[in-house]
Unconditional design. Structure first.
Length: 520
């Protein structure tokens, strides 16, 4: 049975549909972008590694709000009009119809667009305050303008949240020993020297990309004044004959800058001027194409980090200091200028992500075999996966994959602003949940997008419907047919698309669907 919508059906005539993004299949004579000649799926960015083990999708409602809702007892009954109703019955249909070989997908108050009488009180009691405010109208639906208002809209562009802090002071340590540890640097500088908190990864030991040799280290402080005080103290000690040492080697301690730190962390970024931590792209000169900006990192750099770990015989420095490649990727994840979305391609992001996953898996294997316990330990492992989960440039599905690898539980995932069913966000490449947005608000918006995009497909021509349904056998329909309205390119065109271009497509598609589905 076709779902009843709330939008004027005149806007969904076949002629108007042929002008929509979904109509691109009508004239396409090529194979599906989800399958190749062999019929196997083709994807330029990988899906999740596996379904969440032990996380069964139930008919229970989503948690009411953040961690508080997660910790509530979902097995309790709800009383309405003196009668006790289990959650699975009191929240309406929480499942969308099965499509192809896929199992049913979770829904927050499924069929959200069909209501003509508003939201029943017993359902409102299950919802968060924010969702009740959003759906407080007589028909239980907000206007499109209200739904797209920043006060209610629960999605943001994830990479834009990686804004740097220019106030952090920087000290550079030169000629440090090869096997220098973070703890040794902290002990040398003094724990009361106002270094940034450990969870902010303030110490960056620079590893040369070609040889893997350790050359110097940078330390970030709360302020430039704090960094200057440390330098003055060590210079005063040197004048009195007490040289600063790491192990048996004297080291130089000098005041540095965020710009110098970024230049050494991203040495192959050509055509860039660093204004503090912020990159300024220099206009390309045709006579010097080798100096033109092509990205902050290269695929070869990320591949080399993994090779140094997989084949330590490539460099004697890696054999003597096995933790350095892991520390290098941690610094990249923390300091990468993800907010420069117009300068970062999906291919470059995928190179960072692939290296991160490979290093996580190798570190797991090494610790399981109990090798190099002094260097490759649980502390390094936690630092790596924490930096990955905090990385603003990674998608929801990428972070869900990392959470699966390291076996994070639901509460830990909420702490990293992860939604439920993150493995089903495979068609969102820049959009992430807004921090603090209630889970039921997020899932309500996804339900609207799913229902409206599915209704649009249902009103398409039969041959187009058949082709779209054939494609849907290879993907998740948690977001409905959002992936068709996104109308993204495939292959090299997708790989070379910037994150800014992708974000524009995603938010434009979401806005278009919501304006169709909700009253004006």
């Amino acid at each position: 049975m076709r779902r009843r919508g709330t939008v004027n059906s005149d806007s969904f005539t076949p002629s108007s549909y042929l002008n929509s993004p979904l109509s691109n299949l009508a004239s396409s004579q090529t194979s599906s972008p989800f399958s190749g000649a062999s019929g196997l799926p083709i994807r330029t960015e990988p899906r999740n590694f596996a379904p969440r083990s032990g996380r069964h999708i139930t008919k229970d409602p989503p948690p009411r709000f953040g961690l508080k809702g997660l910790l509530e007892n979902s097995s309790s009954d709800i009383s309405t009009n003196g009668e006790s109703l289990p959650h699975s019955q009191s929240c309406g249909n929480f499942f969308a119809p099965t499509v192809g070989s896929h199992s049913s997908v979770p829904v927050s108050d499924a069929m959200v667009l069909h209501s003509d009488i508003g939201v029943p009180e017993y359902i409102r009691n299950l919802r968060s305050k924010e969702l009740n405010e959003l759906t407080g109208g007589p028909r239980g639906l907000p206007s499109a303008d209200i739904a797209l208002n920043l006060d209610h809209f629960p999605f943001i562009e994830g990479a834009r949240g990686a804004q740097p802090s220019p106030v952090h002071g920087v000290v550079k340590l030169k000629s440090i020993p090869l096997g220098t540890k973070r703890s040794e640097i902290v002990a040398m500088l003094g724990r009361n020297s106002k270094i940034l908190n450990d969870n902010q990864e303030p110490i960056h030991i620079i590893m040369e990309r070609v040889t893997s040799k350790t050359g110097c280290a940078y330390v970030e402080f709360l302020s430039t004044e704090a960094a200057l005080n440390v330098v003055e103290r060590h210079q005063k000690n040197a004048l009195n004959g007490r040289l600063t040492r790491l192990g048996d080697r004297p080291v130089d301690v000098e005041l540095s800058s965020q710009a110098a730190l970024m230049r050494d962390l991203f040495p192959l970024a050509k055509g860039v001027y660093w204004d503090g931590p912020r990159p300024i792209i220099i206009e390309a000169h045709p006579s010097q194409p080798w100096q033109s900006f092509k990205g902050f990192i290269t695929e070869e750099e990320m591949t080399m980090l993994v090779k140094y770990v997989e084949i330590p015989q490539r460099s004697p420095f890696t054999r003597d200091c096995p933790q350095r490649p892991y520390e290098a990727i941690i610094s990249v994840l923390r300091k990468f200028p993800w907010y420069m979305t117009e300068c970062i391609t999906t291919k470059q992001r995928h190179a960072v992500y692939s290296a991160c996953v490979a290093l996580l898996r190798h570190l797991q294997f090494t610790m399981r075999d109990r090798k190099d316990e002094g260097f490759l330990n649980q502390q390094l492992y936690r630092r790596l996966w924490t930096s990955a989960m905090l990385c603003h440039g990674f998608t929801v599905t990428m972070k869900d994959s990392i959470a699966f690898i390291v076996d994070l539980n639901e509460q830990q995932m909420r702490e990293f602003n992860m939604p439920r069913f993150g493995n089903m966000w495979i068609h969102t490449y820049t959009m992430v949940p807004k921090p603090g947005a209630p889970l039921d608000v997020i899932e309500w918006y996804i339900a609207v997008i799913r229902e409206e995009s599915s209704r649009t497909v249902d009103q398409s021509l039969p041959n187009i419907q058949a082709e779209i349904h054939r494609e849907s056998q290879h993907t998740s329909l948690y977001w409905g047919y959002f992936f068709k309205e996104l109308d993204r390119p495939y292959g090299p065109a997708f790989d070379n698309m910037t994150l800014a271009d992708m974000a524009n497509r995603e938010f434009a598609a979401v806005a278009t669907i919501l304006r169709r589905a909700l009253p004006m």
